[in-house]
Design a protein around this ligand. Structure first.
Ligand SMILES: [Zn+2]
Ligand SMILES: [Zn+2]
Length: 166
């Protein structure tokens, strides 16, 4: 890993930038001169091509660090925001999932909530009357044979086994 703050490295970079610029300018000059003096100076064109290439890649390399650092500074807060946003979103969804799991464990449906038989609205299972239609809430049925309390959805009495037809 190269230490960006290393003064030697900074110097190398500076040199590289200068040499790169010189190569680039010389290369471009060679190409232009080669084109102008075509066909006599055509050889210069072939000299200028690699010079330009080397010069531009050297300059690019020297500038790359700065560009990378600049974009890193620019990008980091955004990335942080995105991460925070994602974490927040994840926390929210975890909360939602946790809530639905705990509701599932507590058996909110149908134990904590009861459906009105008249309008199907959800009501607390201790409600006496429907919040929506005001009709009395029946959260259990009584067996006609043994008077045992049964779940509303039960088909058979849990005590005597009598079949319910309602
Ligand atoms: Zn109702
Ligand atoms: Zn019964």
């Amino acid at each position: 890993m190269i230490n960006e703050k290393d003064p030697k490295h900074q110097q190398t970079k500076k040199k590289l930038k200068t040499i790169g610029k010189i190569c680039l300018i010389a290369g471009i000059c060679c190409i232009i001169y080669g084109i102008i003096t075509f066909p006599e100076g055509f050889m210069l064109f072939f000299v200028g091509m690699p010079l330009t290439f080397v010069g531009s890649s050297m300059t690019m390399f020297a500038f790359q660090g700065e560009v990378a650092r600049y974009s890193a500074n620019e990008v980091t807060p955004v990335a942080k925001d995105v991460v925070n946003y994602m974490v927040d979103g994840t926390q929210d969804s975890i909360k939602t999932v946790a809530r639905s799991i705990s509701e599932g464990i507590n058996g909110s449906n149908p134990k904590n909530m009861i459906k009105c038989r008249h309008c199907n609205a959800e009501n607390d299972d201790d409600a006496k009357f429907c919040d929506t239609c005001g009709k009395p809430i029946v959260n259990h049925k009584v067996c006609s044979q043994c008077q045992a309390k049964n779940e509303l959805e039960a088909t058979y009495c849990n005590k005597c086994g009598t079949r319910f037809y309602n």
